[in-house]
Design a protein around this ligand. Sequence first.
Ligand code: PZK
Length: 287
Amino acid sequence: MPEAVIHVGSGKVRELYALDADRLVLVASDRISTFDVVLPTEIPDKGKVLTGLSAFWFARTREIVPNHLLTLGDDGRSTECRRLDMLPIECVVRGYLAGSGWTDYRATGEVCGHRLPARLAEAQRLPEPIFTPATKATSGHDENIDRSAAADLVGVERLDEVERVALGLYGFASEHARGRGIILADTKLEFGADEDGRLVLADEAFTPDSSRFWPADEYAPGSSPPSFDKQFVRDYCASLGWDKTDPGPELPDDVVAGTRARYVDAFERLTGIAFDAYVDDPEVVLA
Ligand code: PZK
């Protein structure tokens, strides 16, 4: 191990450290955010669930595109990864009309320049998945952008490549998930380029923090379906009448336990691996 590990960044619920010029360590905490506020109460093992899920997907999609994962830590919540030149766009793929996609469609009939059929309902499945890039906001919210704005940021050739790869990844993961009772409504992917300019998948992949997971047996278009992971937290926060400004409320034990169970359930359904087996030996998700 290097003498000094340097902290290079904080996300809302993750930390990023530099090992050396070529390698980073991503650490997923048990923090949870809702309505963009990090709550004071942690969800035990949430960071392990998200790290294990990302590693599972990285292992299974490496023939679609190479990824940044080098090694999975014994603690189950840290990953050593290749340091890349990150592309300055978020690569969002939507198979269903939710979140900012639904908001934009209602206002304009379009999402990121994709003209969609008239009279779609909230959460309705789209005729085909669409690539809807967004800017990376350093503060506030990411902003959806059209093709020409995205091409100004990364170039037309790179944009064509990430669109094709992102749609391929979403197709693979959403079909896998659908067969296990989970609808992957949409997802946010991040890519970088390696020293030879090759496209590499980075960050986290197909986790509940980067994607909308809906339980398939509760799905109905026309309203926003319950989120697989955070519904107990949102319902509890709503019951308090919290105004969604920092600080958020402490969560009671039953909300913590129910939310932890949902994360573990998502992990076990998607991977087919017992969560205890992952905690015992994280590398089981790579097999
Ligand atoms: C990178 N982030 C987001 C910020 C986090 C995560 N492989 C990579 N190479 C270079 N940079 C990054 C990555 C990755 N992944 C990711 N910012 C830079 C981020 C803060 C905390 F955990």
